[in-house]
Design a binder for this molecule. Structure first.
Ligand SMILES: *[C@@H]1O[C@H](CO)[C@@H](O)[C@H](O)[C@H]1NC(C)=O
Ligand SMILES: *[C@@H]1O[C@H](CO)[C@@H](O)[C@H](O)[C@H]1NC(C)=O
Ligand SMILES: *[C@@H]1O[C@H](CO)[C@@H](O)[C@H](O)[C@H]1NC(C)=O
Ligand SMILES: *[C@@H]1O[C@H](CO)[C@@H](O)[C@H](O)[C@H]1NC(C)=O
Ligand SMILES: *[C@@H]1O[C@H](CO)[C@@H](O)[C@H](O)[C@H]1NC(C)=O
Ligand SMILES: *[C@@H]1O[C@H](CO)[C@@H](O)[C@H](O)[C@H]1NC(C)=O
Ligand SMILES: *[C@@H]1O[C@H](CO)[C@@H](O)[C@H](O)[C@H]1NC(C)=O
Ligand SMILES: *[C@@H]1O[C@H](CO)[C@@H](O)[C@H](O)[C@H]1NC(C)=O
Ligand SMILES: *[C@@H]1O[C@H](CO)[C@@H](O)[C@H](O)[C@H]1NC(C)=O
Ligand SMILES: *[C@@H]1O[C@H](CO)[C@@H](O)[C@H](O)[C@H]1NC(C)=O
Ligand SMILES: *[C@@H]1O[C@H](CO)[C@@H](O)[C@H](O)[C@H]1NC(C)=O
Ligand SMILES: *[C@@H]1O[C@H](CO)[C@@H](O)[C@H](O)[C@H]1NC(C)=O
Length: 794
């Protein structure tokens, strides 16, 4: 045996010149193989059978994902990206001493990252993105002096950041986005003299950002969004970071003035400081940022230090010819809307100046911004009319002009919109009739014209909305006449608010076509007659308000069987017996006050008991009423039911039609892959909660590292598909507009070829991600998430 080996060795000395190389490299290969087999043995899941080739009958360098050096046949790279591997990372990885690259991204690794990784002194690339690694940062990585890229995005790592960065002189990219790191950013981060990309967004970091960070002159991408960081943005930022390309620091506690030197960072493409406490003035020479595409200052008091009435910075923005998005929502801006906004680049897609103190009127030439998709001037002091040229913005998806003093009529050019999804004009002084052109905008899902002075009848043409419309609010206007008989064609409708108008006639019997209807408000009109039995078909009804009308007859017994959140029948002319069952057993679920002829019901109502039988001594009026209740009403209901059955049989074909999916042209397009990455592969760690129709995940969406909630519909559950949009979008978009808004809907096919449907919501968190993941009842954020989650979960 020994002799054989010697012989073999001598032969090799002959061939290769030296035996020591061979022995060391032979044993090294064994070490590499052992390390890899140990790595393999920690597998608990390999659904794609990716590591089947990892066995001793195959040469190590031919194993899947293994790259060897040519000469010495040592393992130099391990690339096992996206193989859905479930495992821990064996400490033996530290024995693969020739490794230069480790790529384990998009798997399901858990457990800690072993410190043995620090023994890989040749290591240059470490990519552990999108896994479930836990525990602390592997501090021994500081021994890897050649490291260029450390990426651990979207894991559940915690604890502090490394405190000593002095050994990583080659580090180019350091990405720890979306983890649970705490503590502050150490000043020695300034030692990373080659750093180009720094991603620390969506962690739980706090404290001041060390000024040394801004001395890394190679820095190009800075992401600090959604932490609890403080400090000011250095005034010379644009000089010290001349290569700055992307600067995302939204949702922190940064204060102090807007850095004027930003105008000198001529490579800047995106600058987002949403939701901080940055004050003005906004420099009025921003025109030198030729490359800028995204400038988002939403929810900062930048207007506070500005000269009143000085919005001259808009004039310079005219020279930013690549600008796509300008966000100035709730920025305390004060002054007249400059006409120069019409000369902003035609590349503009989103312009948001809502929630300021801007007066004046919408410029007539607004139609020049041909590519606008989202346009908001809501919550300002605007007067004047909506210019006719608005119709030239044919790509518009969302127009928000609500809460201003805009007068005049709704321009007929509105019929030009072919992609409009949301039209929000409430709380203005609009008058005149609804232009029939409006009903041609068949893409509309959300129309709110409430609280204006609109008048005339609601025409039959309203069925133009039938294919998409989910939410229709015409309340608090001066509409007259009966409702159009075709209103039942609005099959997708989730909420209809017609309250406080001057509508007359009977309650519509055709509403039973609106099968999805969940909220119906008709209070404060002049409706009369009985509650039609067709209302029985509205099985999803959660809120029904018919109060303050002239409705007569009795309370139909089918209300007992509908699970409603609130039924308001108060101040009408209803009579007869109140049920004690179902809905009517819960005093906080209904109101019937102001109907003097009602009797019975639960004790808490304090109504008189209903007479048991008709006595001869009673007045004839009463007998007549009883006859009405006992004979005519049931007969009427029977007839109505028969008619309904007939009608439904006729229409059953139509009701089964597939429901069109949200046209997401108006919103950023997101693929299944994007959402997979954003939610760390729909990892259980990102799960916020589960409801009947779907699960809600936390996600971090690029670019901008926006924190979102992704609701994935359980398409296999009956009803989930139908309720895809109606379930969530309307609810979140409408009733809690200020809390959450939908970003997009994604309808596609997952990796297994199954239907995949998801809704993506934006969260306006006040502070860190932590506070909305683990809401405390004392905090406002906690309140928000408590309010939102049940709504979007349903
Ligand atoms: C090793 O892998 C090859 C290729 O996957 C397979 O054909 C062979 O059966 C495996 N051998 C053992 C011992 O598992
Ligand atoms: C490989 O690594 C493990 C754990 O770090 C260590 O215990 C073992 O001695 C190493 N094996 C060799 C052959 O170096
Ligand atoms: C980590 O580095 C220290 C020296 O800084 C060393 O003593 C320790 O053994 C290393 N740990 C591992 C697991 O390699
Ligand atoms: C590293 O950073 C620390 C703290 O900023 C500083 O004192 C030290 O001089 C730096 N070292 C190098 C090599 O730059
Ligand atoms: C930043 O760099 C400049 C010039 O290299 C130096 O004068 C200054 O002290 C540095 N600032 C910090 C905070 O390290
Ligand atoms: C900074 O930019 C402004 C506006 O373009 C320019 O006037 C100024 O000279 C620049 N300063 C430096 C130091 O480049
Ligand atoms: C816009 O650019 C032009 C040409 O470079 C220049 O003459 C003009 O002053 C700039 N306007 C503003 C408002 O910055
Ligand atoms: C917009 O630009 C055009 C052409 O450059 C110019 O004539 C017009 O005065 C500008 N309008 C405003 C309001 O600045
Ligand atoms: C409608 O849009 C077209 C281009 O999309 C435009 O040419 C036309 O002027 C618009 N009409 C109105 C009334 O705005
Ligand atoms: C109800 O009807 C009566 C008589 O028809 C009318 O005087 C009254 O104004 C109506 N009330 C409402 C709220 O419409
Ligand atoms: C029910 O309607 C009456 C009359 O419109 C109103 O005063 C009351 O606030 C309503 N109740 C609820 C809970 O909405
Ligand atoms: C009574 O109705 C209210 C309002 O819909 C609801 O919150 C509450 O849970 C109901 N109580 C019972 C015992 O069903």
């Amino acid at each position: 045996m020994i002799f054989n080996f010697l012989l073999f060795n001598i032969l090799l000395v002959f061939v290769f010149g030296t035996s020591t190389t061979f022995v060391s490299s032979f044993s090294s290969i064994v070490i590499d193989e052992q390390a890899l087999l140990s790595f393999k043995s920690s597998i608990t899941g390999d659904p794609m059978r990716a590591l089947d080739s990892w066995n001793s009958s195959i040469q190590l360098c031919h194993w899947t994902g293994v790259t060897c050096s040519r000469k010495r046949q040592r393992v130099t790279a391990l690339d096992l990206s996206s193989l859905h591997l479930v495992r821990t990372l064996s400490p033996q990885i530290g024995n693969l001493s020739f490794l230069r690259g480790i790529y384990l991204d998009q798997n399901n690794f858990h457990g800690s990252i072993p410190n043995e990784i620090g023994r890989l002194f040749r290591l240059q690339y470490l990519n552990l993105n999108y896994n479930s690694f836990e525990g602390g940062f592997p501090f021994n990585l500081s021994h890897c002096l050649n490291i260029r890229n450390i990426s651990m995005r979207a894991n559940i790592l915690e604890g502090g950041l490394p405190t000593d960065f002095s050994s990583w002189s080659m580090l180019d990219e350091f990405d720890l986005v979306d983890n649970h790191f705490t503590g502050s950013i150490p000043p020695s981060i300034g030692n990373l003299s080659s750093l180009r990309v720094l991603g620390l967004s969506a962690n739980r970091l706090s404290g001041m950002v060390p000024v040394q960070l801004y001395n890394n002159s190679f820095l190009s991408v800075v992401g600090l969004t959604a932490n609890g960081l403080e400090g000011t943005l250095p005034t010379d930022l644009g000089f010290t970071l001349p290569r700055l390309h992307t600067f995302y620091v939204s949702e922190n506690r940064f204060a102090g003035p807007f850095p004027p030197s930003i105008v000198n960072a001529s490579n800047l493409v995106a600058f987002e400081i949403i939701e901080n406490k940055i004050t003005g003035p906004i420099p009025n020479n921003l025109g030198s940022l030729y490359n800028i595409e995204i400038l988002n200052l939403d929810r900062n008091p930048v207007g506070e230090n500005m000269q009143p009435d000085d919005l001259s910075f808009f004039n310079s923005l005219v020279n930013c010819t690549r600008l796509k998005m300008l966000g100035l929502d709730e920025t305390s801006l004060r002054g007249q809307l400059p006409n120069s906004i019409v000369n902003l680049s035609t590349t503009m897609e989103k312009l948001d100046l809502s929630g300021n103190h801007i007066y004046g009127s919408i410029p007539h030439e607004i139609g020049k911004l041909k590519n606008l998709k989202i346009f908001s001037l809501a919550r300002n002091l605007l007067k004047g009319t909506i210019p006719e040229s608005i119709g030239e913005l044919s790509k518009l998806g969302k127009l928000s002009l609500h809460d201003n003093n805009i007068s005049g009529s709704i321009p007929t050019s509105i019929g030009n919109f072919t992609q409009l999804v949301g039209l929000f004009l409430w709380s203005n002084m609009l008058q005149g009739r609804l232009p029939t052109q409006l009903f041609k905008v068949s893409t509309l899902e959300d129309l709110d014209l409430s609280d204006n002075k609109l008048s005339g009848v609601i025409p039959d043409e309203i069925i133009g909305f039938s294919s998409h419309c989910l939410y229709l609010n015409l309340s608090r206007n001066l509409f007259t006449g009966p409702l159009p008989s075709k209103i039942g064609s609005l099959k997708q409708l989730d909420a209809l608010d017609l309250s406080y108008n001057k509508l007359t006639g009977d309650l519509p019997t055709a509403l039973d076509g609106c099968l999805m209807l969940r909220e119906l408000y008709m209070e404060g009109n002049h409706f009369q007659g009985k509650i039609p039995s067709s209302f029985k078909a509205l099985r999803n009804l959660a809120y029904l308000d018919l109060s303050n009308n002239n409705i007569s007859g009795s309370i139909p017994s089918f209300f007992d069987g509908i699970q409603m959140m609130f039924l308001n029948l108060s101040h009408n002319k209803l009579g007869g017996q109140v049920s004690k069952k179902g809905l009517f057993s819960n005093i906080s679920a209904f109101s019937i006050i102001g109907n003097s002829e009602l009797c019975g019901g639960i004790q808490a109502l304090n109504l008189s008991t209903c007479p048991v039988k008709v006595s001869r001594n009673k007045k004839t009026a009463f007998s007549f009423k009883m006859i009405l209740i006992l004979v005519i009403v049931p007969l009427g209901i029977m007839l109505a039911c028969l008619a309904l059955m007939f009608y439904r049989r006729q229409n059953s074909q139509k009701l089964n039609e597939p429901i069109p999916v949200l046209n997401n042209n108006q919103y950023p397009k997101l693929s299944y892959q994007d959402l997979l990455l954003a939610t760390n592969g729909f990892s259980p760690n990102n799960l916020l909660g589960e409801g009947r129709y779907g699960s809600v995940y936390k996600g971090v969406l690029e670019p901008g590292e926006h924190i979102v909630a992704v609701k994935v519909l359980k398409v296999e559950v009956h009803g989930a598909n139908k309720s895809f949009l109606a379930e969530c979008e309307t609810l979140s978009n409408i009733r809690h507009r200020n809390l959450t808004k939908i970003i997009t809907a994604c309808s596609s096919i997952d990796h297994n070829g199954n239907d995949f449907k998801a809704l993506v919501f934006e969260f306006m968190t006040n502070g860190s991600l932590d506070s909305w993941l683990h809401p405390s009842p004392n905090h406002h954020e906690g309140y928000e998430i408590n309010l939102i989650l049940p709504l979007i979960l349903h």
